[in-house]
Every structure is written in structure tokens, then in C-alpha cells.
Write a protein that binds this ligand. Structure first.
Ligand SMILES: C=C(O[C@@H]1C=C(C(=O)O)C=C[C@H]1O)C(=O)O
Length: 272
């Protein structure tokens, strides 16, 4: 089944989904590089640091305010909720065009780990990515934060698609059904974990961060000794690898497990 159109004749393969995840690595690395050109500017993240004209009652941070405004606009244009449109904030308005009927994979199912994404991003990623201090570029830094958060959210909630594709594997489906019925989270997680894919991902990510973080000029060769490269990188390669190892991969798996735990609830269930 095509997970987006709901058309059973257009099967979507795990390989295709993996390629989307690989492409999103580039999106995430470039978004982080963009954010890292600005200082920490920690006032952006402090609740109540600003007053908002016309919205004096809003007591959240500048980042939250900005996200809320952006998400309201996005919500108006969306036909159905897709993983990258999962809101960080709320409440959001209804779409201005009536929504299409939901294909199964896009049905709202309350799987949303955005509060966890916000927390690790502000607490761990920003302080190691940016130089400390305030360069007064609050608006610019916040727009880059929104790009980073939306890319991370998109990638992590894509776990729903990955989980659906894994569930469709006829050899594994009976096992998934057994573990889902037993609500055995650990067993589901073990079944969907592919250590080889994860290890290859972390290696590739390190190479990408090293490559994309270099300044490439007309005359310089991009192949140099490692020390030279490390000194001139726009981004700390270890921050990128740690981001995936500690948060992106575990949260993607959390989304996968939560999706599968709800997989048999649908009365239109066609697999049993
Ligand atoms: C995405 C997959 O599922 C799992 C989650 C992964 C991730 O978040 O990158 C990687 C491998 C698997 O453990 C996959 O099998 O490709």
C-alpha cells in the first residue's frame, strides 16, 4: 500500500523510506550549520522574556511564540496532518480548504514527541552548537531554530512510515501482531531495530558533517590533513553524531513502537 495515497497497488518499500531518511540527514546538517552562525542568544528560550503586542497574555518563550505563529499558517494550508506538520504548539486553526479523507498512515493518532525534541534541542544541542553569548540576532536565530526543529520533527515522525513498511513484511507480521497484542514494547523495539543500518548511518553522518562543514574555495583542495579540516569546520562533527545517537534514533524508534501499538486498533484492519 502506498502510505500517502492509500492505494494498495503502489507499495512503498523500506528502501525508499530509508532513502528519504538519508536525504533528511543533509537537511538536518545544513539547518544546524545555518543556526551555528549565530550565538546562543539564550533569551530566545526564556519564557516571558518578551511581551507580544496584541497577545499580551502569551507567557511562553520567543521561540514558542514564533513557532505558534508559523504553525497556525501551516495548519490553514494542510489537507491532512502529515508527520512534518505535527505541531509543537497549539491550538491550531482548521484548514481553509476542507481536508481530504485520511489515508491510514496520516490519521491523527496522538503520536507526537515534539516536547521531547524541544527539550533536547534547547538543553543539549544549542549550547554545544553555538558560541555562548548574545549577538542580538534574536529573530534570525529563531528562524533557524524553527528550520532545525521542523526538520528533526519530520525525520523522527517519519518513524510511522518506517514502522508501517516493517509491519507489512509478511515474514515478520505474525511476530509483530503477537507482540502488539501482548503490548510488549521491548520485543517490538528489538524486532524493528536494525543495528547494521544504525551503524552505517552514524558513519555516514560523520563523513557528511565533515564534508558539508568545510569552507570550499576556488583554490583550496578540500582534501587536507584532518587537523587542518577540524580547525576550520563550521560545525562540531561530534555534536551531529551525538544528536542522532542519543536522540534522533531512539525517538524515531519510540514513534515506531507507539505507532505499532495502535496498529491493530483500526476497525478497517485489513491484515488479520
Ligand atoms: C529506520 C529504520 O529503523 C530503525 C531506526 C533507525 C533510525 O532511526 O535511523 C535505524 C535502524 C532501525 O533500527 C531502518 O530499519 O532503516
Amino acid at each position: 500500500m502506498n502510505l500517502v495515497t492509500g492505494n494498495p497497488s503502489e507499495a512503498i518499500s523500506l528502501d525508499k523510506l530509508r532513502n528519504v531518511l538519508i536525504r533528511l540527514e543533509d537537511t538536518i546538517i545544513f539547518a544546524l550549520i545555518e543556526r551555528s552562525q549565530f550565538a546562543h542568544n539564550d533569551i530566545i528560550y526564556k519564557p516571558g522574556a518578551y511581551k507580544y503586542e496584541g497577545n499580551e497574555e502569551f507567557s511562553g518563550s520567543f521561540l514558542e511564540y514564533f513557532l505558534w505563529e508559523i504553525e497556525k499558517v501551516h495548519a490553514k494550508a494542510r489537507r491532512y496532518q502529515s508527520p512534518d506538520e505535527y505541531p509543537f504548539m497549539g491550538p491550531l486553526p482548521d484548514p481553509i480548504i476542507p481536508p481530504l479523507e485520511y489515508p491510514r498512515i496520516l490519521k491523527p493518532n496522538n503520536i507526537n514527541v515534539n516536547s521531547k525534541i524541544m527539550e533536547f534541542y534547547i538543553k543539549h544541542i544549542i549550547p554545544s552548537l553555538c558560541v555562548p553569548g548574545d549577538d542580538m540576532n534574536h529573530g534570525s536565530a529563531t528562524t533557524k531554530d524553527i528550520d532545525c526543529l521542523q526538520a528533526l520533527s519530520h525525520r523522527i515522525h517519519y518513524g510511522k512510515f518506517v514502522a508501517e513498511a516493517k509491519f507489512q513484511d509478511p515474514n515478520l507480521q505474525p511476530k509483530y501482531i503477537e507482540y502488539i497484542k501482548a503490548e510488549d514494547r521491548k520485543a517490538i523495539e528489538n524486532l524493528l531495530t536494525n543495528k547494521k543500518v544504525e551503524e552505517a548511518l552514524l558513519k555516514r553522518l560523520r563523513r557528511k558533517a565533515l564534508t558539508y562543514g568545510q569552507d570550499i574555495t576556488e583554490s583550496d583542495s578540500i582534501v587536507g590533513d584532518n587537523d587542518h579540516i577540524h580547525k576550520h569546520l563550521k560545525i562540531d562533527v561530534n555534536v551531529v553524531v551525538e544528536l542522532y545517537e542519543k536522540w534522533v534514533i531512539p525517538l524515531t524508534k519510540e514513534v515506531e513502537v507507539e505507532y505499532l501499538l495502535q496498529r491493530l486498533d483500526d476497525p478497517l484492519e485489513d491484515t488479520e
